[in-house]
Design a protein around this ligand. Sequence first.
Ligand SMILES: NC(=O)c1ccc[n+]([C@@H]2O[C@H](COP(=O)([O-])OP(=O)(O)OC[C@H]3O[C@@H](n4cnc5c(N)ncnc54)[C@H](O)[C@@H]3O)[C@@H](O)[C@H]2O)c1
Length: 317
Amino acid sequence: MKRIMITGALGQIGTELTLKLREIYGVENVLATDLRRPEEGNPVLDGPFETLDVMDHDKMLAIADSFKPDTMMHMAALLSATAEKNPVFAWNLNMGGLLNALEVARKLEMQFFTPSSIGAFGPNTPKDNTPQTTIQRPTTMYGVNKVAGELLCDYYHHHFGLDTRGVRFPGLISHVKEPGGGTTDYAVEIYFKAVREGKYASYIDKGTFMDMMFMDDAINAIIELMEAPADKLVDRNAFNVTAMSIDPEMVAASIRKFIPEFELTYEVDPVRQGIAESWPNSIDATEAKKQWGFNPKFDLDKMTEEMLTAIRAKEQK
Ligand SMILES: NC(=O)c1ccc[n+]([C@@H]2O[C@H](COP(=O)([O-])OP(=O)(O)OC[C@H]3O[C@@H](n4cnc5c(N)ncnc54)[C@H](O)[C@@H]3O)[C@@H](O)[C@H]2O)c1
């Protein structure tokens, strides 16, 4: 991986991914693209940027043909909670955008990465220590898109020999860019509210466990997987990755180690609660560890400390 093109680069993952890749591979070697140009001052504009709607195959091909990347990272998508509000639009964007990105990568012989999600599991998937290969009958449009996307990426690898790679991300926690409408967003909001107001009303209920990971670990996982020697990979797409399985009470307890007066209450949102209950409590990341050395560094308390410190610094600016 030497020269990289990213779609959806202004999102929660794309923003930090762009900055980290530019640090490692050189600013001029990482092209960020998104639906709209961000406001001046956005750090993503410190390097190459193009506006690109991933539904526009011809423009995507033209941009890639001119930048000459060896790697495509496809991040543009509609996330779980937003997709449920507009399922037909979600299908068209999540599947159409992915197909265009795969086609461009195939035509220009690029390496390819796109993330799947724990949303690719469903209510009859084993809930605890969920294996990588197991029952996948998701009940959300997002989940349907993610399962189909995993299979499509496998197909492009087996049928066309495209070097596709991918992980199933859990909820990702970060302080640089706000999350884009996922079910696990509470675990980001709670930190911002803790610093700003000392309290938070959670839309996810007490005792609802989901997998999570700090963004630094997620970005490192992408880079490690993309740089892993191909002959070490038995699987290609849909690697389970996670750093912790947590519920709102656990996050609150961790925050109270730094802000003792922090208060957690509940205003449960039935839609997002329903999605959360259809997902695993905890997934098993053994294959990612074995095949390409996945090794997350942040546990809950280390992540809490980092989140609170960074948000406080942001608030003081
Ligand atoms: N953030 C998480 O917790 C998480 C967890 C699991 C999987 N994922 C997956 O990772 C990927 C990126 O997620 P994210 O959290 O950064 O999402 P996000 O919603 O924060 O960002 C998505 C980006 O895509 C852009 N976009 C939307 N429609 C577009 C279009 N038609 N053309 C071009 N760009 C478009 C948006 O402007 C946005 O900048 C998605 O595939 C998502 O399903 C995310």
